[in-house]
Design a protein around this ligand. Structure first.
Ligand code: CO
Length: 433
């Protein structure tokens, strides 16, 4: 495949999706809007479902995870589920409940570290906050999304004159004392927390006393961009793993009138171990599958048969070879940016791929005319994991771990390839068709 206006337009669409999705709650909201525009019907977990062959649906849990699916025209028992999974969360900083406090006349915002970000990359960036706020209503409360488009927070570096060894030893930040973000000068006589909540209240046009609680994520206001020769690369925050979410949803949207039942599951909490009601190790996917099979009139035994006949693709980003650090990589397993989708293998089952599922994925690539690469981590380095192994374990479905190669995983500004994003879309579309 060559770089074309189509491959660039698709990567541009990804950058817009990420820019509109600075928190998992925003990512789910943006995805919902996209699905509604394409005729998907919203389901609610608390209500009864009536599913029709050929129709398309989605359901959310806790505003942070979403499962979209289409009921195929062929019997589910015959086709099984064609599934793709990815995650909506990214490593970051999250605000503590009483976030704002005042020291030395400055308002500071206390944060917790979410997952494993490269903390040094958060310094000197134009930061802001986005997330969900629980607001009192006359009878109850409701979740409201909030996002400040202007840069309102900052983590300035200490000048090199006070940190002479920073270029030799690297930037090390104490998570408790050296991560609080600067918000502004504190107003005399007003409690710090009230000053901060006033900003959220004004943005949401509600009273401060009606803000019950919140979950707020720190994000970089800099928009996504293309870079490099022929503008062949993209840079943005959260490419891990909003790039896979975007490719998966677009592939599902594009696979109209498919005979088989297709499903995209996008989970929160992957970066912190997936152990939650919304996480991949929770019941969300199993519950949804149970309801679909029951709706289609399958018995428990037939459900097991349908699952055994299913295929799950765990899509999460992969480590691209970095030419400045050749010793960080296993020989013969250098994944190159813009050279195709990466199949990830780990004998200790940190990835769910095995010879059977990898072969199946290779054949999907071949039929979609998409190049693929193989990745294994250096033996003396611990490798990350994905949602693949836990989904495979919980559901007993054949599963493979794949992803697009990227640089600077878990930096606040990550990089990947324009072509690889279209490759991922094409192979997932083939999987659903
Ligand atoms: Co990831």
């Amino acid at each position: 495949m060559k770089m074309t206006t189509n491959t660039h337009a698709f990567a541009q669409d990804l950058l817009h999706f990420i820019d509109a999705s600075p928190s998992p709650w925003h990512a789910v909201h943006t995805t919902q809007q996209r699905l509604i525009a394409e005729g998907f019907i919203a389901l609610n977990e608390t209500e009864s479902w009536q599913l029709k062959a050929g129709s398309r649906y989605f359901v959310t849990r806790c505003d942070a995870s979403i499962i979209a699916f289409t009921i195929g025209q062929k019997p589910l028992l015959e086709t099984g589920f064609r599934m793709v999974g990815a995650h909506t969360d990214s490593p970051s900083l999250r605000l503590k409940p009483h976030a704002a406090y005042s020291t030395n006349n400055l308002l500071r915002i206390g944060v917790e570290v979410y997952g494993g970000p490269i903390l040094a990359t958060f310094t000197d960036r134009d930061l802001s906050i986005a997330g969900r706020v629980m607001v009192r209503t006359t009878s109850d409360f409701e979740a409201r999304l909030v996002k400040f488009d202007d840069a309102i927070l900052r983590l300035p570096n200490l000048a090199i004159h006070m940190n002479r060894e920073v270029n030799d030893k690297g930037l090390v930040l104490n998570k408790q004392t050296e991560l609080p973000l600067i918000f502004g000068e504190s107003d005399v006589g007003i409690e710090a927390e009230q000053q901060f909540l006033a900003h959220i209240a004004a943005e949401l046009k509600v009273k401060i006393e009606d803000i019950l609680t919140f979950e707020l994520n720190v994000f970089d206001t800099q928009k996504g961009t293309f870079w490099g020769k022929d503008q062949a690369y993209i840079a943005n925050s959260q490419l891990d793993n909003l790039a896979s979410c975007h490719a998966a949803i677009e592939a599902l949207v594009a696979s109209k009138n498919s005979g088989s039942t297709s499903l995209c599951a996008l989970f929160d909490h992957e970066e912190v171990g997936s152990e939650s009601a919304t996480g991949a190790n929770g019941s969300f996917l199993a519950d949804t599958i149970q309801r679909i099979t029951a709706n289609q009139g399958l018995s428990e035994e037939e459900k097991c048969r349908a699952l055994a006949n299913s295929f799950f693709i765990s899509a999460d980003m992969a480590h691209a070879f970095h030419p400045n650090h050749p010793n960080a990589y296993e020989p013969c397993h250098h994944a190159q940016v813009n050279h195709g989708v990466v199949i990830k293998t780990n004998v200790n089952q940190r990835y769910s791929s095995n010879a059977d599922t990898a072969a199946r994925f290779i054949q999907l690539c071949e039929s979609a005319k998409v190049p693929y690469q193989q990745y294994a981590h250096r033996t003396d380095l611990g490798c990350g994991s994905t949602i693949g192994p836990m989904i495979a374990a919980n559901l007993g479905v054949p599963s493979v771990d794949v992803g697009c190669p990227m640089w600077a995983m878990h930096s606040i500004r990550e990089s990947a390839g324009v072509l690889d994003h279209t490759y991922m879309f094409e192979v997932l579309k083939r999987h659903f068709s």
